[in-house]
Design a protein. Structure first.
Lengths: 361, 361
DNA sequence: TCCTCTTGCAGAAACGTCTCTGTCAACAGT
DNA sequence: ACTGTTGACAGAGACGTTTCTGCAAGAGGA
């Protein structure tokens, strides 16, 4: 009586288990597992037979059971520091979207999936998912989540140089200081006399290092710093800050904006003040958005290469998970790219790509 | 001898298990489980004691074991149909980013996390993660992944009306046809005589329904359709298509662009042809991007309300997962919002319709 | 013929949790 | 005093895999 139960139980629950496959194929559980996972010493005939039966029954191995047994879930956490009550900033900055996309691709290519998790340590969510490792974007100084994960022996790789003594496994970042210095030099070479900066009020590494580099550059060339800060997470505050910057008595003749929307904000502000770009005002902003290629005029942007960063972060993380001594450095600096467009070139050859061919052209 | 082993084993593996907590607290496993999960009949003293011991040992319940036992993983899949070889379109359209963000928030608020998965049925990844349900954005006609999931009894909710006989649990979508008709009426009311459309070559529901609505409207008002198609996934193709549209002999005096970047593309194209917006050309595009608020001129956009959609999709899905008969309809239509800006409003003083300045004018 | 080695497969023990089913004491009701 | 009830906990399966160990049978060598 009780002997008939096991085979029943499997099918009663809806999905077929490995036991059902074994019974249907007339082999043992071991053989099924080996056949499907390509392990063990089995003749091809048996392997084919088992696979066929498994297909016929629509067998799907239980991920939970496998994870429990092997200790590997194939899941990687992805978390972004939060500014407001929303868990993410995907929308505000194309950077995050690009980075996340690249990270997802890279993870999938190696058989892992990404789980989006809140930066806040919502215990119930974090502890309910078995993670093999975690990617942290812009971790704050003493992120409790990161420390917790590391204490559990889970690898953590951060996008952004960890501040303080944050014990990450590895990190990837740009050389933000070099990037800012490069832009300032670029603007100065284009004829800028007084370069302004649009920066943020938050204390993350990116903002801090970039602002510091700006101040350092000013000191070096003997220019008085001209900058405005605003809370970068507020989409409206950027326009106001841009306006403030151009309204100053010591109005700059060139501006670098640290955040993605600064380009359009500055352009709009310049228009309000009757400033022509690039003739009266040179403009550069840090952005991954393609809209700046078609604005009037096109705006020079600094790309942080989020795709390369996302890929690198995931590679490092998976190497750590799988215990591979990949030989890759655990601290990688990805070069930035300055995409020079009209807005930062004084009296450029005015022709852009194609001359107008319309009736009025 | 063998009695001492179990307690050792737990700590040897690094992380403390429920057994270790039970031993350290001097109670049984059952009591620990009940104490931590708030079940059973335990005096508060015992409960507190157990919790304290668990904290001291840094006990974290194994998500895999819990999932295996309870059958619930707290994980929701999120998948987007892919156009190219990249798994997503996050970047190209702010819509996806917004929607995903809202969905993530809503899921986290109810204790679930989102797993990003490829639309292609990469078997190794899909079957390696235990999903309680899945959100599918823009499923194609006979998506094999969806059918597979449904066959396994996993709820699937789609963003976008499922085409064909796709067996989803529920869906949420806009009324795209009504939205397009509304925009065309809006443009006509602003004085448009010949309205053009910038549409896509792909066969997804959004593109299909929108195009159909346009053609239908044209037929109704007796206008010859003027539209250009292009592969929406290609960021460069949009600019070319916009150019084509304005280069036509029967050049429209108003254009609606179905995709996010169309606004800037059309604006740039108009500039090349010396057309003033909105005087010579009225412009509307479907976008969630805020850049259109500060372009010159600001462009009227149609918002599909991705945040509301993302939230609704997740609520429906979790209701289905938890077996709640929420009373919510399983087919929800979210209204769109037309954000009217300068680009679609003819200047008030101009009472007469401006004569078309083209060859056929 | 006997021993050894390999092949092909089966048994059974984990992995760590939840939960159903007890058990034992104390205590109240008749 | 005997039984029924309730509170407080313990025992012992599952859940569905993977994998270590082991057994039988045949192949090959001496």
């Amino acid at each position: 009586m009780s002997r008939a139960e096991p085979s029943r139980r499997g099918s009663r629950h809806g999905r077929a288990g490995i036991r059902d496959v074994a019974a249907a194929a007339g082999v043992s559980i071991t053989t099924v597992s080996d056949a499907l996972n390509g392990k063990g010493r089995l003749p091809d005939a048996t392997r084919r037979h088992v696979r066929e039966v498994a297909d016929r029954l629509g067998y799907r191995p239980s991920a939970a059971a496998r994870t429990l047994r092997t200790g590997k879930s194939g899941l990687i956490g992805l978390t972004v520091t939060t500014y407001g009550d929303e868990p993410f900033t995907f929308t505000e900055f194309a950077y995050f979207a690009e980075m996340a996309r690249a990270a997802t691709s890279a993870a999938l290519a190696r058989g892992y999936a990404l789980v989006i998790l809140p930066a806040t340590s919502r215990h119930d969510v974090w502890s309910n998912v078995a993670l093999d490792g975690t990617v942290v974007i812009d971790p704050s100084d003493h992120d409790p989540v990161v420390s917790d994960l590391v204490r559990q022996g889970i690898p953590v790789v951060s996008d952004g140089r960890p501040a303080g003594t944050l014990p990450v496994t590895a990190w990837v970042d740009n050389d933000h200081e070099a990037a800012v210095l490069g832009i300032l030099d670029h603007l100065a070479a284009a004829g800028a006399r007084r370069i302004g900066l649009l920066t943020g009020t938050s204390t993350d590494t990116y903002t801090r290092l970039s602002t510091h580099a700006y101040l350092h550059w000013c000191e070096r060339v003997g220019q008085d710093p001209v900058y405005e800060k605003y809370p970068a997470h507020d989409p409206c505050a950027g326009a106001v800050a841009a306006d403030r910057l151009l309204a100053r008595p010591d109005r700059p003749d060139a501006v670098y904006g640290l955040f993605d929307p600064n380009g359009t904000d500055l352009l709009a502000a310049a228009r309000r003040y009757g400033l022509r770009v690039p003739d009266d005002l040179l403009l550069v902003c840090c952005s991954e958005s393609t809209v700046y290629a078609t604005t009037e005029p096109p705006i020079t942007t600094l790309s942080l290469k989020p795709r390369r960063i996302g890929t690198a972060v995931v590679q490092l993380l998976i190497d750590a998970i799988e215990g591979l001594d990949s030989g890759r450095p655990v601290e990688q600096v990805i070069p930035t790219e300055l995409i020079v467009r009209t807005s930062s070139q004084r009296r450029p050859p005015r022709t852009t790509v194609s001359a107008p061919r319309g009736p009025s052209g």
